[in-house]
Design a protein around this ligand. Structure first.
Ligand code: HXC
Length: 512
């Protein structure tokens, strides 16, 4: 009969075995590929000593291809819960050292379990992906496991934040779980995502492309817009996850955590007075404005490499988390196009789902003209941004710094689609279009260069300013640039207890 000591020893031994994953050789291989193991990543991610592992001894139930003789406790995924800055999060980390981190039925059940608990307890789910995909030996059971996860990704969407880090392979249908989550972080040079890999592409389309070019961190952060953040390595990815979680509430019934503000709420900055150039065609960097204004100049930019004509990201004002959407005049003059509209629309919907107020900074000459845009569907994609801003019920504060032309004026969180506070700088130009274009259309008769210049000047004086809109109450207040921080904080405070809900419906029909 085994003694009490034996029983404790047995637990110790089983734990040790589980923690060794696929064994030292495979751990060494993981390290030599510049990647950390699932457990090492978890140590970096959560507050020290807070990780509680669940289902450590779960093994797969496959009895084909000799798998019954190959049982490794944990079965290729480490799952459980822990804390980030003292707040509960659920995590799963695919363990590449065990069956290549592949998805088995048992492995999927572990992920499903923590996803269900996350919704029940109202806490975010973080997935650390590093997997060879469907475990081939399990066939349809693996596909079923994926689908169970996809289903929960959808049901949890807008209920608890879901964040994915891609830290190794993520291919085939497996990509669709991260795709549904709210944010994807990819590690440079060691992660990739694609639906079909280079070999299949070569066979089908004869294109030659490397894994990195096709689905690496840079490809998805700058070209496809699938990913939101780029990390230098695994450790950096975990730091980014921690920082991102700090801006988010734990679930859709809560507000994001408010931190004590160490920055002067009334801080004025003379630099802002001259940031907008006199010449309306001269660019300036909207990020500079954002960084001057927000608490401690900390701006957590999301998708910084994609559709750079629009800026999105999180910051704090008076300690409260805000989502910022801003046209970027230094990139394509800040024009709205397909990619920037979709980028911003998804961000606006995220912020609205999770009670994060929206600050919109406007300097937009309009929508990008051209057949590429029209054939690509700028009509429906631009409509997404309009739809997202209009349906958002969180506090919405808008500041027009310079141009707000045409349809883009309406779209960029104008008063008419429900913004609560609309500011403009004295440099704002709110009109149907720029002065040159307007004069070309309404004065078709021949004019001398001198007459034309005078007419353009007339148009500019009459329309290219914020005063017409202010006379009509479409702009609530015209502010001095140096006061921006204080004014935004004041508006945020005023809208703090906003109550607004849209008419009851099953769901709207956003133009997808
Ligand atoms: C079972 C797998 C596996 C898989 C890898 N392994 N992929 N086992 N099913 N899909 C195992 C390997 O046998 C190996 O086991 C260990 O994981 C590590 O794999 P290696 O090949 O040695 O590693 P590496 O050289 O780094 O290559 C990694 C890889 C490669 C690029 C991921 O293994 C690979 O191409 N695997 C197949 C990927 C794939 O086709 N997956 C199915 C995609 S379709 P040992 O015991 O030797 O350590 C899919 C559909 C999902 O996923 C559908 C959802 C709807």
């Amino acid at each position: 009969m085994s003694t009490l000591k034996d029983k404790f020893h047995q637990l110790e031994e089983k734990s040790r075995q589980a923690e060794l994953g696929g064994g030292q050789d495979r751990i060494d291989r993981q390290h030599s590929a510049g990647r950390k193991t699932a457990r090492e990543r978890l140590i970096d991610l959560v507050d020290p000593g807070t990780f509680v592992e669940m289902d450590k001894f779960v093994v797969h139930r496959s009895r084909d291809f000799g798998m019954e003789k190959n049982l490794i406790p944990g079965d290729g995924v480490v799952s459980g819960y822990g804390k980030i800055d003292g707040r509960l999060v659920y995590v799963f980390a695919q363990d590449f050292t065990v069956f290549g981190g592949t998805m088995s039925r048992a492995n999927a059940d572990k992920i499903v379990k923590i996803m269900d608990m996350a919704v029940k307890m109202g806490a975010p789910v973080i997935g650390l992906n590093d997997s060879g995909g469907a475990r081939i030996q399990e066939g349809v059971e693996s596909l079923a496991g994926y689908a169970d996860i996809f289903y929960r990704n959808v049901m949890s969407s807008g209920v608890v934040p879901q964040i994915s880090a891609i830290l190794g392979p993520c291919a085939g249908g497996a990509v669709y779980s991260p795709a549904i989550t709210d944010f994807i972080i990819m590690v440079k040079d060691s992660s990739y995502m694609f639906v079909t890999g280079p070999e299949v592409i070569k066979t089908v389309t004869h294109e030659e492309v490397t894994k990195e070019e096709l689905g690496g961190a840079i490809a998805h952060n700058s070209k496809s817009g699938v990913a939101h953040l780029t990390a230098e390595n695994d450790e950096h990815a975990m730091m980014m996850l921690r920082e991102l979680i700090g801006y988010l509430p734990s679930n859709n019934m809560e507000d994001a955590p408010v931190l004590p503000c160490t920055d002067d709420l009334n801080r004025e900055d003379e630099k802002l007075q001259t940031l907008i150039p006199d010449d309306p065609n001269k660019p300036y960097d909207m990020k500079e404005l954002i960084k001057i204004v927000v608490d401690n100049h900390n701006f957590f930019e999301v998708q910084p490499l994609y559709a750079q004509n629009i800026i999105i990201g999180f910051a704090r004002l008076a300690g409260r988390s805000v989502g910022i959407v801003a046209n970027q005049p230094s990139m394509l003059a800040g024009v709205l196009d397909i990619n920037s509209s979709v980028k911003a629309a998804r961000f606006v919907r995220f912020c609205d789902a999770f009670n994060i107020p929206l600050i919109t900074l406007v300097d937009v000459p309009g929508f990008l003209p051209g057949t590429t845009q029209e054939f690509g569907g700028i009509i429906k994609h631009g409509a997404k941004l309009l739809y997202a801003f209009a349906e958002a019920t969180v506090p919405k504060i808008t500041l027009i710094t310079r141009k707000a032309y045409g349809g883009a004026y309406d779209v960029m969180s104008s008063k008419h689609i429900g913004a609560d506070v609309n500011f403009a700088y004295p440099t704002a130009e709110i009109a149907v279009m720029g002065a040159d274009g307007a004069v070309n259309i309404i004065f078709r008769e021949k004019m001398t260069d001198e007459e034309r210049a005078r007419t353009v000047e007339d148009y500019r004086d009459t329309f290219a300013n914020p005063y017409k809109a202010a006379e009509l109450g479409y702009i609530d207040e015209i502010i001095y640039p140096k006061q921006t921080r204080f004014k935004l904080i004041q508006a945020l405070e005023m809208t703090q207890n906003k109550r607004k809900s849209n008419p009851p419906k099953k769901h709207g029909n956003i133009p997808l």
